[in-house]
Design a protein around this ligand. Structure first.
Ligand SMILES: NC(=O)c1ccc[n+]([C@@H]2O[C@H](COP(=O)([O-])OP(=O)(O)OC[C@H]3O[C@@H](n4cnc5c(N)ncnc54)[C@H](OP(=O)(O)O)[C@@H]3O)[C@@H](O)[C@H]2O)c1
Length: 298
């Protein structure tokens, strides 16, 4: 499960070589261009040195001023340079560049294809928890979560949304409600008309009469065997475990982000699909805009 991540090099040796060659080619052309400009300026300077400043005025070879020979020699060197760039290195010419570019593109496409094929194979399937849930039981998570998945802070809820509390009451009344010890302790007293199932590792945990204490989520689900519609009501630790086995999510998405210390796990939309959605605007009784969302497994 926590196997070592396979290293996929971003760029291989061949690709690096192609890029370096392309860079060399650009440098060669730049140097040639600079040579050409220096040659033009130099030629003008040589002519002026002889004709205006009178340098080597009397030095002639076959009736021609020395600057003519100097310019011809320089021109020859420039042509040699030009020849080197465009003829000697012609294997690195435009066609060569295009060919290398095509190779590079083909290599990248190939790499992307390979990656596409390996991704689904490497995706880690969601772990499954064995449960004693009966087949006609719809184990449902009920939660109110902010845009940043915040659900609580200092063992309290963060907001007051009256309509959400009403909905919670109407859905859960008459059913078993499964919760972690901390959520149970966040209530002033047990909620009326619901069978509380509290999960704790403390085998001596004291609770009011009628409240069931269990030592695991598995045991909690077992304790609800007679109920076709048990609800998992939180908090963060229990949601994290329950989302792997629940059949349904009743999520109130509060359209705001909050600092918090407890969060709901990300809803994986490859696993869950929205089957119902009702938007509500904030008003006197509801502090924030929110949406009731029902998710079912795909
Ligand atoms: N927005 C909402 O809809 C919503 C709903 C519910 C709660 N909340 C908020 O969530 C917060 C509480 O959540 P929380 O994550 O801190 O605590 P929690 O999930 O309510 O309870 C955690 C406790 O449950 C017990 N537990 C968890 N997993 C267990 C396991 N596998 N086996 C045995 N016992 C297990 C442990 O109790 P022991 O330490 O006793 O062993 C653990 O400390 C509060 O802020 C509350 O207001 C928000």
């Amino acid at each position: 499960m926590f196997g070592k991540k396979k290293d996929i090099p971003q760029i291989d040796k061949d690709q690096l070589e192609l890029i370096q060659n392309a860079q060399n080619r650009i440098k060669q052309k730049k140097r040639l261009y600079i040579h050409f400009v220096v040659f033009l300026i130099g030629a003008v300077f040589l002519i002026m040195a002889n004709t205006v400043l009178g340098i080597g005025e009397n030095f002639k070879i076959f009736e021609l001023n020395w600057f003519v020979y100097a310019i011809f020699i320089w021109l020859f060197l420039f042509i040699y340079h030009l020849f080197n760039v465009f003829i000697t290195h012609k294997f690195m010419g435009k066609a060569w560049e295009q060919e290398q570019l095509n190779k590079l593109v083909a290599k990248q496409k190939d790499g992307i294809e390979k990656l596409k094929q390996t991704l689904p194979k490497e995706a880690v399937p969601a772990p499954k928890i064995e449960t004693t849930k009966t087949s006609n039981q719809a184990l449902t998570i009920i939660v109110a979560a902010a845009e940043n998945d915040a659900i609580g802070k200092h063992n309290k809820l963060i907001w007051h949304i009256s309509d959400d509390l009403k909905r919670f009451k109407s859905l859960t009344s008459g059913h078993h409600i499964i919760m972690g010890r901390k959520t149970f302790e966040s209530f002033p007293k047990p909620l009326p008309n619901r069978r509380h199932v509290v999960i704790t590792r403390n085998s001596n945990y004291q609770v009011p009469e009628g409240v069931v204490v269990v030592s695991s989520l598995e045991a909690a689900i077992k304790a609800c065997a007679s109920d076709p519609q048990p609800y998992i009501i939180g908090g963060g630790e229990i949601y994290k475990q329950a989302i792997l086995v629940a059949d349904k999510l009743e999520l109130t998405r509060v359209h705001e982000s909050f600092p918090a210390d407890t969060f709901f796990p990300k809803v994986d939309t490859t696993v869950w699909k929205v089957t119902n959605s009702v938007i509500h605007k904030k008003d006197d009784k509801n502090e924030f805009d929110f949406t009731f969302l029902t998710y079912e497994r795909k």
